[in-house]
Ligand binder design. Structure first.
Ligand code: GLU
Length: 328
């Protein structure tokens, strides 16, 4: 069965959720464009949410840059921009609920202690570079206050991750199965400096906004299992997930904010036509599109389900093509 909309289905509500930790690059442009088109092509709404809870890594200048990049691409959004750091109350309330219901526990492990423990038990299964938390502080303290009094340290809070598999059907990546308890263990929902962790913030804010379609990069696929556990714990609805194939460079490496080049701000400064970037984004995703078109022009007939499942490439040749298209 393909996803033909039924009358009873709610109107699509998506979101663009950049983290202002660096300049956005062409991979972000493609993800945000596809998320935007997915909502707009079905008459849906879309929120812009700035995920800036990590004060050390996020900079207001990058928020400004992201807004300018999105406008340059011709993307818009409904309602005010939701800046996460300005709306901490619902996030803290969700954390309090998890604490009250005994679903999380305080943890005073430092990074160095964790690294040492994990090095001793190097055989545990893990996803990517992540090592599962070994559960050192599980059952150690009855409350945050007790953890503080006993150690003089401010504790983080970790979910008591239930054992077993979490399965879900991704609209692009297909059926998925993760075992968060074995792969990541009891994961943090609040850090030791009091910052609410991404996994918790994302489920609370999506639910509060009414987001029912999440379109984002495939690098977040395994996080989804953790988010589902939190949605279940808090009784929040599960959106439909669309995890996009990533964009890779000539070496096959995923584009990163720290990596060289391909920042949208640079392309803008070099006079690149955003319509050529949109043409690349659609064509590199296996979609039928002219070499240049505006975001609005791409809305008609857009279907995210037609997206190619392989990674898209943006390398030297693609950059050259964008620069060459400036004059015409
Ligand atoms: N803010 C996250 C990022 O930039 C995306 C979060 C999400 O889409 O769930 O990687």
């Amino acid at each position: 069965m393909t996803g033909s909309p039924r009358a009873s289905q709610p109107a699509p509500f998506g979101r663009l959720a950049p983290s202002p930790t660096g300049p956005l690059h062409v991979g972000h442009a493609r993800s945000f464009l596809l998320a935007w088109l997915h909502a707009r092509s079905r008459g849906g709404r879309i929120q812009l949410r700035i995920e800036d809870l990590d004060r050390e890594r996020c900079k207001p200048a990058y928020t400004e840059l992201a807004l300018a990049d999105l406008r340059w691409l011709g993307l818009d959004w409904d309602g005010p921009v939701h800046v996460q750091s300005e709306h901490l109350e619902p996030l803290n309330a969700a954390l309090d609920e998890l604490i009250e219901r005994g679903l999380v526990y305080p943890c005073v492990c430092t990074r160095a202690e964790l690294a040492a423990t994990l090095a001793r038990a190097a055989s545990a299964p893990h996803v990517g570079d992540e090592q599962p938390y070994p559960g050192t502080c599980r059952g150690r303290f009855r409350s945050r206050a007790e953890a503080r009094a006993a150690t003089g340290l401010e504790p983080a809070l970790r979910l008591r991750t239930p054992p077993g598999a979490v399965e879900f059907d991704d609209a692009l990546a297909g059926p998925q199965r993760f075992e968060p308890a074995a792969e990541v263990g009891d994961f943090a929902v609040a850090r030791r400096d009091g910052v609410i962790a991404y996994q918790l913030a994302v489920v609370v804010d999506d639910a509060r906004a009414g987001v029912n379609e999440v379109v984002r990069g495939r690098d977040l696929l395994s996080s989804t299992a953790r988010q589902i556990l939190l949605q279940r714990a808090l009784g929040l609805p599960q959106p439909r997930w669309w995890h996009l194939p990533l964009v890779v460079d000539d070496d096959g490496a995923r584009l990163s904010k720290r990596g060289a080049g391909f920042a949208l701000a640079d392309l803008r400064a070099r006079g690149v036509d955003p319509r050529a970037l949109i043409g690349w984004a659609l064509r590199s995703s296996g979609l039928d599109a002219p070499v240049r078109l505006s975001a609005t022009e791409a809305v008609h007939g857009f279907q995210l389900s037609r997206l190619a499942r392989a990674a898209a490439r943006f390398g030297a040749a693609e950059l050259e093509a964008l620069l060459a298209a400036r004059a015409g």
